[in-house]
Write a protein that binds this ligand. Structure first.
Ligand code: COA
Length: 373
């Protein structure tokens, strides 16, 4: 077995500075000093995006203006719609978001860095439109209208997805979900974005790179994989039996464990509460019960706790969201964190270029091609 290098995966190493976020077992998760639990209770996603991108919570009039600005930027250029119409239904929605963002960068390049907040707000406003436009066109053959009266990203997403005004509960849960996912320090996708930003590249490239990192099941893709795992289980007993057998086979259980937290993920309690509430409204709480049982077994057997992704799976299911759209919701939200980090990186930049521990041959002898075996 290959021995893991001490500090492999840069675990525990400080790789830069940020004023955006603290994350850890002791400090908990806080955006610019505001605990995520408080933000999830009291704020809206747009307030959080403003906090991350403009450095402060907005006043009422600043918030009203900011929401109006984002609302005005939601529609997509026809050329981008044309591209989305050509992507098959079999594509993964994360690949659609990657392509959609890249195309937007072709049509509306950031240009001078003085435009960085314009480019950011345009991406923040269009992510939901990109993925839902493609989803409805490719799956249902409908060319949807991206304009509606919703004044929040949460409401806009649910409205265009379901073609109707969402309930207050669903709108609030989606808002909370976006708040919980908005920022998380130097996680893999954010670090990817910062590395790209450190070369003085444009913001669309940074976000495209970050989407690629977030797609993997060890990162954002975990909510989708958790759903695929639990959706077939009907009872607590069935869930327990399957998890025990997966653990016996040394399989990873998606939605559990964390690279930084060691005892609990502060986002889990928040989304778990909402998942329970949604299950009661839905009228069949078996998926919630199954999820709770998985959480119990994982703690008993491995002392592993549910991370932010696990109860998001059942919460999204209860809101009628297709599993393949779970990770794109993460993108809609995290684009605020990614771009805030890129802007921070640009303001005090040095190209990120670490070194590697070399494990190859000491020195190699050149052999002419005709003599090689
Ligand atoms: N299921 C089963 N075992 C797990 C596990 C999980 N979800 N997460 C960690 N472990 C085990 C590992 O197998 C390892 O055991 P070992 O020491 O016997 O090899 C030990 O716990 C340490 O895990 P490790 O993979 O080294 O932790 P990490 O810090 O490198 O990885 C994650 C962190 C998040 C990538 C990892 O916990 C994971 O893959 N979780 C599932 C995917 C997920 O939910 N990702 C979303 C994160 S928000």
């Amino acid at each position: 077995m290959v021995k893991k290098l001490e500090g492999a995966g840069l675990r525990g190493q400080v790789a830069g500075e940020t004023s955006l976020c603290t994350v850890g077992q002791v400090e908990g998760l806080a955006y610019r000093g505001h605990k995520v639990e408080t933000l999830a209770e009291k704020a809206t996603f747009e307030e959080v995006a403003h906090l991350l991108l403009y450095g402060k919570l907005p006043t009422q009039s600043e918030l009203d203006n900011y929401k109006a600005l984002l609302k005005s930027k939601r529609d997509l250029p026809q050329t981008l719609k044309d591209v989305l119409q050509k992507i098959p239904a079999s594509a993964h929605p994360m690949d659609v978001m990657r392509t959609g963002t890249s195309m937007l960068g072709n049509l509306e390049p950031e240009g001078d860095f003085a435009n960085q907040l314009d480019a950011t707000n345009r991406m923040l406003a269009t992510m939901a439109s990109i993925v839902v436009y493609w989803y409805k066109f490719s799956h249902e053959g409908v060319d949807i209208d991206l304009n509606n009266n919703e004044d929040s990203l949460a409401g806009h997403f649910l409205h265009i997805l379901h073609g109707k005004t969402p309930s207050d509960l669903h709108r609030r849960v989606m808002d909370v979900s976006l708040i919980l996912y908005a920022e998380h320090e130097f996680n893999a996708s954010t670090f990817t974005a910062r590395v790209c930003a450190s070369t003085m590249s444009d913001l669309h490239s940074c976000v495209v790179a970050a989407i690629g990192s977030l797609r993997g099941p060890l990162h954002g893709g975990a909510n989708e994989k958790a759903m695929e795992m639990i959706e077939g289980w009907k009872t607590r007993d069935e869930a327990r039996e399957h998890i025990l057998s997966m653990l016996a086979n040394k399989e990873k259980i998606m939605g559990f464990g964390h690279a930084v937290y060691s005892e609990r993920d502060p986002r889990n309690a928040v989304i778990k509460t909402y998942s329970k509430l949604l299950s009661e409204e839905y009228g069949d709480n078996s998926l919630y019960e199954v999820s709770e049982e998985v959480e119990k077994v994982m703690w008993e057997e491995k002392k592993l706790f549910a991370n932010a992704d696990f109860f998001h799976a059942s919460a999204y299911f209860y809101m009628g969201i297709a599993t393949k759209l779970f990770t794109p919701i993460f993108v809609m939200s995290r684009v605020a964190g990614w771009t805030a980090h890129c802007i921070e990186q640009r303001a005090n930049n040095r190209i990120i270029r670490p070194s590697a521990h070399y494990t190859g041959p000491e020195s190699s002898v050149w052999v002419d091609i005709k003599d090689r075996t």
